[in-house]
Design a protein around this ligand. Structure first.
Ligand SMILES: [Zn+2]
Length: 181
């Protein structure tokens, strides 16, 4: 069964406010039919700075916020340092799925997030593109992170899945379950 998160604005905002996330409502978010974002938020930072500032749905950010303690634990274990910045390619994009043109991407409603890399508090940058097959500790961190993410999101796609994800992790909270880590 796919996990669900609250899409109702009041319920989700209250839940997100209990997490260490600084966010504001995304007031000019798209509202038109197939590309409307449920409970849209602008996120400046969580336990790490979102780089750049993230525009997404509240349920997507809630799922990510609940995953972050795992990310920080793995970073300390594998890299000896916490994550200070999360680098991403964005959450919202009104488009069809890259692998299935008949379906709208989960990005079209801000229910997906593409993560491209991580900066540690001691100044290292680990990109998904170079780290996946790179230094032993960076590769271990990214591979562990992908596996762990499968317990927190409905879909996880990594460089282990296909060429389209050679430089980022895709995580989403859509209706299907798939672990491509
Ligand atoms: Zn994606």
């Amino acid at each position: 069964m796919a996990t669900t998160w609250p899409t109702d604005r009041a319920t989700c905002f209250a839940a997100l406010a209990r997490e260490p996330v600084s966010f504001t409502p995304w007031v000019d978010a798209p509202t038109a039919n197939v590309c409307a974002v449920p409970a849209p938020v602008v996120v400046q930072a969580s336990t790490a700075a979102m780089t750049p500032t993230l525009r997404t749905s509240c349920p997507m950010m809630l799922a990510w916020a609940r995953f972050e303690p795992e990310m920080q634990r793995l970073a300390v274990r594998r890299l000896g340092s916490e994550i200070a910045k999360i680098h991403h390619y964005g959450s919202y994009s009104c488009r069809r799925m890259s692998g299935n043109q008949r379906r709208m991407s989960l990005h079209s409603t801000g229910q997906a997030l593409d993560i491209s890399g991580f900066s540690t508090t001691d100044g290292r940058y680990i990109s998904v593109r170079d780290g996946w097959r790179g230094r032993r500790d960076e590769s271990a961190f990214l591979r562990d992170l992908g596996q762990t993410a499968c317990g927190h999101f409905n879909v996880v796609l990594t460089p282990a899945h296909d060429r389209a994800h050679h430089d980022h992790f895709h995580v989403d909270i859509g209706p299907w379950r798939f672990c491509g880590a």
